[in-house]
Design a protein around this ligand. Structure first.
Ligand code: FES
Length: 74
């Protein structure tokens, strides 16, 4: 689905960028999201936030050796 109509940027593209660690400002600079009419900004930011928060959870689950001893043994 296209999120930013002005620059034809899809939800998949924003999600991929977010999961690769790009800040929202970087996505704006690279793709132009939310830099023209601004109608897409709240949706694009919400999508970016959702994808970056999921990335943090996945990172913790993939690296149990970095958890405190109590959490790792649970
Ligand atoms: S829809 Fe994204 S800037 Fe206009």
């Amino acid at each position: 689905m296209i999120v930013c109509v002005c620059h034809r940027v899809s939800d998949h593209t924003i999600a991929r960028c977010a999961r690769s660690g790009m800040a929202f400002d970087d996505i704006q600079l690279e793709l132009g999201v939310a830099t023209q009419c601004g109608q897409c900004e709240s949706g694009a930011r919400a999508l970016w936030s959702e994808c970056t928060s999921h990335q943090a959870v996945a990172h913790i689950q993939l690296h149990p050796a970095k958890l405190p001893a109590q959490a790792a043994s649970a």
